[in-house]
Design a protein around this ligand. Structure first.
Ligand SMILES: [Ca+2]
Length: 191
């Protein structure tokens, strides 16, 4: 009788731990840019007024490139913007978000510094962002960022949370600077 009871308790405990695991299940999104698209990410940019020189080229700052070794990655081109970025929307299905990505200097991007934004609305200016990494002249970087979604208005009503990753043009250079972003991992989980 005693043995039966303890076995029953063990089964109940196992069921409980499985339930706890299920509720804490992570929801992950991974973007390696090997499938010839930057979707669902779209480009964004900001110019402080007055700009020293109007940015050259098109307003499309986001592109897709393939390196000689076949690696696809997202590229951001800054030719006089104060900030360029890529943004996407995610459903805030849990209370915490973690973001990881790789950032590299592709062409003349040594004075671009990685920035990040997570918020209910899409970012509008450079000042919505926070600086996350070193200028790219310091070499390739793997960057990580974690944020609670509890304090983000809009997240509670289960709208979308906007994530934006990009670069600040530290010296307001108007030369064409190209930076690469790859292996973006967005994980949403309960803490
Ligand atoms: Ca890739």
């Amino acid at each position: 009788m005693k043995r039966t009871l303890s076995t029953g308790l063990l089964v109940a405990f196992l069921a409980l731990s499985f339930a706890a695991q299920a509720s804490a299940e992570k929801l992950g999104y991974y973007f390696d840019f090997q499938n010839k698209t930057t979707a669902p990410w779209v480009g964004g940019s900001y110019i402080e007024s007055p700009a020293p020189v109007p940015p050259k080229g098109s307003s499309s700052v986001l592109g897709l490139q393939v390196a000689k070794d076949g690696n696809g990655y997202a590229s951001l081109t800054d030719a006089g913007h104060d900030a360029v970025w890529m943004q996407a929307k995610f459903v805030p299905s849990a209370n915490t978000m973690a973001i990881e990505f790789d950032a590299t200097n592709v062409t003349n991007a040594g004075r671009l510094a990685p920035i990040i934004y997570v918020g209910a609305d899409a970012p509008k200016t450079l000042y919505d962002f926070q600086l996350l990494g070193m200028p790219l002249e310091n070499g390739p970087q793997h960057l990580q960022y974690e944020v609670s979604l509890k304090g983000i208005s809009g997240a509670a009503t289960n709208q979308f949370v906007n994530v934006a990753i990009g670069f600040m043009n530290l010296d307001r250079l108007t030369t064409t600077q190209v930076a690469g972003l790859d292996n973006i991992k967005v994980t949403i989980f309960d803490r």
